[in-house]
Write a new protein. Structure first.
Length: 291
């Protein structure tokens, strides 16, 4: 088994199609099918089944895919680390929407040049990028669900109900999740950590709001709240002065922004410096709240 044959197998497993894998790798389709056949012969295992003219990976194939992706990521990481010194390496950082809109800029301003390359997306997408070695580390607002990722809580955060000051829910009385039953809701998109936490709480309470918007752009949600289209649940950090943030008494809105990286990742000096900058910013924020 060679790294090249493993790369071909993993690409077929990811795409579920040998022709597409051949195009992605810039090789011929017979070369792809031959590499897979050689692997199956060498391992004595069937890696794919061909049913109704479609390719289906077997349980043995799934096991090899997990090991293969891990090995290929390690190989790519080794090449990257060896070509650039750790101190001078440009970090590839991921951030979720709320993180990018609230704390990320302040953290990056603490770092020396070169500035990191940043990709902003929801938690689910950031997870995939970390797993495939396309990011060095990330700061996310949601819980990660992949055991290969290491998660370190850094910042405290709180989710609250955001509404217009003249909204009927702004009564001055304690507010509970039940108040959202049938309420026009402006929601973050599926895959968002904010959306996941709220959705779980609503499911447990058997509450069905009226989802009017699904949007990955916080500014658009706030504009819709301002226009009176509905209410949304977002980080208290993001609520502007002209809107209200109301606490839902039975909603566990407390959470963390966490630093996340792959368990196989070699921690470079640049990554360590970013972690230190995050912790310093969080500590200064906590002191500011206490004062």
């Amino acid at each position: 088994m060679t790294l090249r044959s493993l790369e071909i197998f993993v690409k077929v497993a990811q795409l579920g199609n040998m022709q597409q894998a051949a195009r992605a790798l810039y090789i011929s389709a017979p070369s792809v099918s031959g590499a897979v056949a050689d692997l199956e012969k060498e391992l004595g295992q069937q890696l794919f089944e061909r049913l109704n003219r479609r390719l289906h990976i077997t349980p043995q194939g799934e096991r090899l895919r997990a090991y293969g992706e891990r090995l290929l990521n390690l190989y790519a990481e080794m090449n990257r680390q060896m070509k650039v010194s750790g101190a001078a390496q440009q970090l590839r950082i991921g951030a979720t929407m709320t993180v990018a809109a609230s704390v990320l800029v302040g953290i990056l301003q603490r770092l020396p040049v070169p500035q990191p390359v940043v990709q902003v997306a929801n938690t689910a997408h950031i997870e995939r990028l970390l797993l495939h070695g396309r990011l060095d580390l990330a700061l996310v607002e949601g819980c990660v669900h992949v055991p290969e990722l290491v998660e370190m809580p850094i910042f405290h955060d709180e989710l609250v109900l955001c509404c217009h000051p003249q909204h009927p829910l702004n009564t001055g009385q304690p507010l509970y999740l039940q108040a959202l039953e049938g309420q026009p809701m402006l929601m973050r998109e599926p895959g968002s950590g904010t959306r996941e936490k709220l959705h779980r709480a609503l499911d447990i309470a058997h509450i069905k709001p009226q989802i009017l918007w699904e949007c990955g752009e916080v500014g658009a949600l706030l504009s819709a709240v301002r226009a009176g289209f509905g209410v949304t649940v977002i980080s208290r950090r993001l609520i502007p002065p002209d809107l209200l943030g109301l606490q839902l008494r039975d909603f566990p809105g407390t959470r963390h922004f966490s630093l996340v990286y792959h368990q196989d990742k070699m921690i470079s000096p640049a990554m360590k410096l970013f972690e230190q900058s995050c912790r310093q910013a969080a500590q200064e924020e906590q002191i500011g709240h206490e004062n």
